[in-house]
Design a protein around this ligand. Sequence first.
Ligand SMILES: [Zn+2]
Length: 142
Amino acid sequence: MNHAHARRFLTWTLTTDKPTSARCNVLGNSMLPHSKDKMAVAVAIKDDGKRVAVCECCRNHIAATHWLREHGQEPSESKIATVSLLLSGRWEIMQRQGYQRNAIMHFVRILEGLGHVTRDEKTVCAGQVTRREVSFRMISPS
Ligand SMILES: [Zn+2]
């Protein structure tokens, strides 16, 4: 997602309306992955007043873009990906899949330093192997 693409989301408003379309209507690209099933979960209103059904992943990307702007951060691709991941509440799943790009970890630590993110650590026993699992969550998702 380039910055222009990200800034587009700043003009979109998420609503709590129920989507009338079953599928996400956002035009995706390589940087904006849809949820696997593309099932619409929310409605966003674009700057031209048009309503768009959005899937969970697109909704999180829109919310992440607004969150960054509200907290004085320029919405770049990796920052949006980071906050979107935190908003999805699926950090541990991503971690198990080895989905941890350096840029994401870097920005999570910055957010942690700013007090926006908290760290949960636990020890997981899998057979004879014990490993440490670290996950992060937003303190103030609004
Ligand atoms: Zn989507």
